[in-house]
Design a protein around this ligand. Structure first.
Ligand SMILES: C[S@@+](CC[C@H](N)C(=O)[O-])C[C@H]1O[C@@H](n2cnc3c(N)ncnc32)[C@H](O)[C@@H]1O
Length: 268
């Protein structure tokens, strides 16, 4: 059954009605496994982690919150879709996680911080105003606080459309989804230049960047043996931060650091 799922009053795609599909298609298969394997290696390398409190914005089903909680962080998971949050609450019952049902735009009231560490993965591309959202995240960071930001890469979406033969769609640059029905094509896919410019405009510096799935999504023949799967994982690991490959990762993963000083203390 397909049914229309309205956007939020702010024009964002909250994942109410999508939890099951999201769990299956984004985390159920090899794409999700690869993403988690790469994050497992990249996050400790790209972030200074010392068990500081962290905020997971648009935390969805809580996989990332569980990763940080498992490494000694107390976690606050902010998520506007009640259905996603309920599933996360059940799955993360063992961990020190506080759940807040609210959108990113309510961050200043509902989880003001300032935070030494914020993660916002695969959320900005579902918002009607991702630039304003990045400024809100920057405003919630403590001085020298780190933002682990992951966004769906518009340049990779173009590439995969061409590879699949959707040539007119690519020529017309009609890449974004509408956010209607059960589709998981983001409404605001983003490119590196936007993140670099917007970060600078809101006082964040780009400390490091990586591409998540720089090869997998373009394969004509996905691996069928465990040995080939391991070879693919090794290739993804080797080239995820190398020029020019990271630029065509399905997602772009950033560590952004708030540079300017502030008199506010981070919670510890
Ligand atoms: C693709 S999922 C990513 C979930 C999780 N961060 C992850 O990486 O697995 C996008 C999430 O963003 C949430 N979302 C949509 N609009 C939002 C908003 N305005 N503020 C915060 N989260 C939002 C959705 O409800 C959904 O849970």
């Amino acid at each position: 059954m397909t049914h229309s799922t309205p956007l939020s009053p702010a024009g964002d795609r909250h994942f109410d009605g999508l939890a099951e599909k999201f769990a299956g298609s984004l985390y159920g298969g090899p794409r999700g496994a690869l993403r988690l394997a790469l994050l497992d290696e990249l996050l400790p390398a790209m972030l200074d982690l010392d068990g500081q409190p962290m905020l997971d914005v648009g935390g969805g089903l809580g996989q990332l919150s569980a990763w940080f909680a498992g490494r000694g962080h107390t976690v606050t998971l902010l998520e506007p879709a009640g259905e996603m949050l309920e599933r996360a609450r059940v799955d993360l019952v063992e961990w020190p996680v506080t759940f807040v049902e609210a959108p990113l735009q309510a961050l200043p009231e509902r989880a003001p911080g300032p935070w030494p560490l914020i993660a916002c993965h695969a959320v900005l591309e579902w918002l009607s105003d991702p630039r304003a959202a990045l400024a809100t995240l920057a405003g919630a960071l403590a001085p020298h606080g780190q933002l682990s930001l992951m966004v769906f890469n518009r340049d990779a979406l173009r590439m995969s459309n061409v590879v699949k033969g959707n040539l007119q769609k690519a020529l017309d640059d009609r890449l974004e989804g509408t956010g209607k029905r059960q589709r998981l094509t983001p409404i605001s896919p983003l490119c590196h230049e936007q993140i670099a410019t917007w970060s600078r405009d809101c006082g964040l510096s780009v400390r490091s960047v990586a591409g998540i799935r720089v090869f997998h999504d373009y394969l004509r023949h996905p691996p069928t043996s465990e040995a080939d799967w391991q070879r693919l994982v090794a290739l993804e690991r080797r080239y995820c931060q190398a020029e020019p490959h990271w630029r065509l990762g399905r997602y772009l993963l950033y560590t952004l650091v708030r540079a300017e000083g502030s008199s506010e203390e981070a919670p510890r």
